[in-house]
Design a protein around this ligand. Structure first.
Ligand SMILES: NC(=O)c1ccc[n+]([C@@H]2O[C@H](COP(=O)([O-])OP(=O)(O)OC[C@H]3O[C@@H](n4cnc5c(N)ncnc54)[C@H](O)[C@@H]3O)[C@@H](O)[C@H]2O)c1
Length: 360
């Protein structure tokens, strides 16, 4: 409720009946009304040139000049409550690829923001151990966590990740489809089964292997994995209803905006995510669900160290306007905002976060 000084109305005038009913007048700032006003109610009082003119006309036509200026009274005008789908009272998130790098930082940040988190990664012993450590860290922050392993390029696995998280925490508000791979190869020498391109799931879904040309490597993680995460999290959010809505957030890349030498398949998958983000946002917006992606430049993580090496990464710093690379926490801060109620009016965007590496 917002206090507003408004004059006490005179005798009810049918011509100006609305002026006597403040209704749900929404105002952006408190206003002091200097004279009895007309049908346009509180709004015209803020326009100094308009108010006196209307007042003069009204005095001439409906009130005698002997009417004394009315006493002031304090009236409370209700402001519109924000749409309920932005309140995020129940806060449950899933973060895929959370065992390390950017995904881990996002999971910790969302827990610090008050989310209970389903933390996902591949089901290898190494990644599960990291997820258990992450779970303990989240619990130290006073939130709950559940380890939900699975390969996001496999539809049954994604269904289970969503189902198990919902069963544990009673719903889902935010899906961060972060898991991704980057395997570099020349366009002219890439197989169509390149892991960043192929829609086929891996032959061995439990494999957590370094890049190789063998048939067991993970496939279609970047685009197919995000698509499946948006699909199944979106279904859950739709079932929860518009009042609760939700946030779908994808891990894209600067490589989806600009070329990466030897990264044809990677760039194609990340550019594809932008199209997915545009379309899903238009589709789900009417249901109170926003869809956005973050597109990091260079962030030093196991992925970039493995692909480029520390020396090369260091040499790239001057190409950023800020002269530095990002940290996983920088990316997590953006995701934190996209997951919050404050971002309710942003959807369909792939937001570059690159220290000014690509200023367009
Ligand atoms: N690090 C960067 O500079 C950078 C830049 C642009 C975009 N990105 C994107 O950000 C995301 C995270 O990158 P990162 O640098 O933290 O990578 P990372 O390799 O350090 O971490 C990625 C995590 O995802 C997991 N993962 C891979 N495939 C999976 C699958 N099929 N199912 C479940 N989990 C899987 C991995 O096990 C790993 O723990 C990726 O989508 C990546 O493409 C990173």
């Amino acid at each position: 409720m917002r206090p507003l000084e408004r004059p006490e109305p005179g005798p009810r005038d049918p011509e100006n009946a609305e002026a006597d009913d403040l209704g749900s007048g929404v105002t952006s700032r408190p206003m002091r009304v200097s004279a009895p006003c007309c049908r346009c109610s509180a709004v015209c009082a803020s326009l100094s040139s308009h108010a006196p003119r209307r007042y003069k006309k009204r005095r001439a036509s409906t009130h005698s000049s002997t009417i004394a200026p009315p006493p002031r009274q304090l009236i409370l005008i209700p402001t519109s409550p924000p749409p309920t789908h932005t309140t995020m009272s129940a806060k449950v998130a899933i973060v895929t690829g959370a065992a390390q790098g950017i995904g881990r930082a996002i999971a910790v940040r969302l827990a610090a923001d008050g989310f209970d988190v389903g933390v996902n990664d591949l089901p290898s012993a190494e990644q599960v151990e990291k997820l258990e450590e992450l779970k303990a860290e989240i619990e130290k922050l006073g939130r709950k966590a559940i380890v939900v392993t699975g390969d996001v390029s496999q539809e049954a696995a994604v269904e289970k990740i969503v189902k198990d998280t919902v069963a544990a925490f009673g719903g889902l508000d935010v899906m961060v489809a972060n898991a991704g791979t980057c395997e570099l190869a020349p366009v002219v020498a890439s197989e169509c089964t390149h892991p960043n391109l192929s829609p086929e799931p891996a032959a061995d879904p439990h494999a957590h292997q370094p890049p190789s040309s063998s048939g067991t490597r993970r496939r279609g993680v970047n685009l197919r994995g995000v698509f499946l995460c948006f699909k199944h999290a979106g279904q859950q959010m739709l079932a929860q209803g518009k009042e609760r809505g939700g946030r779908l957030i994808g891990g894209a890349s600067l490589g989806g905006f600009s070329g990466v030498p030897m990264g044809g398949a990677y760039s194609a998958s990340k550019a594809g995510m932008r199209g997915l983000t545009h379309s899903a946002a238009r589709e789900l917006g009417p249901n109170g669900i926003t869809v956005n992606s973050y597109a990091p430049g260079i962030v030093v993580t196991p992925l970039t160290l493995r692909n480029f090496g520390a020396e090369f990464l260091e040499s790239q710093k001057p190409s950023c306007a800020l002269g530095d690379h990002g940290t996983p926490e920088d990316i997590a801060a953006l995701v934190s905002f996209l997951a919050s109620k404050e971002s309710r009016f942003i959807t369909g965007q792939t937001i570059m976060i690159d220290g000014g590496r690509l200023c367009i």
